[in-house]
Design a protein around this ligand. Structure first.
Ligand SMILES: [Zn+2]
Length: 141
């Protein structure tokens, strides 16, 4: 049997930590974004999807992945908006977004919202840009 070069968990964490760049946090207060959505036929459009991604510093594909899993439906990003198959109330989308922010934005160590979400070996980590902590987080269901 050839020996597979599998990076140990510890090595991986070390590598992740070495790429964290702690930056000076802007003094402004974090205002969590809220979803603005409307329904067209049998689809729901998140109109301010791009703004939400920018505000939370998340790639649109990653945010889209979360919403699609959370609402258990199909869809995709079109013209900076997220289109979901099915009719969803703005209230439902907002509670999903709030859940996301609590679990996938705020650093569990220092509570800063200045974080990045990183996928490594199919696992999800929250990297804090304020205190440098790396916290494993459960993947979207
Ligand atoms: Zn932190």
């Amino acid at each position: 049997m050839p020996r597979l070069s599998i990076e140990s968990y510890e090595e991986m964490l070390n590598r992740l930590y070495s790429t964290v760049k702690v930056r000076v946090v802007k003094g402004e207060r974090f205002e969590p974004p809220t979803v603005r959505s409307f329904i067209v036929g049998s689809r729901t459009v998140i109109a301010n999807f791009k703004e939400i991604c920018e505000k939370l510093n998340r790639p649109p594909e990653e945010m889209a992945r979360f919403f699609l899993r959370e609402m258990a439906t199909g869809g995709g990003v079109e013209d900076q908006r997220l289109i979901l198959v099915g009719r969803f109330e703005e209230r439902q989308l907002n509670s999903a977004l709030q859940f996301y922010i609590r679990r996938y934005v705020f650093c569990p160590v220092c509570k800063s919202p200045d974080t990045e979400l990183v996928r490594e070996k199919k696992l999800l980590y929250l990297k804090c840009l304020a205190c440098g902590a790396i916290s494993p987080v459960p993947d979207y269901r």
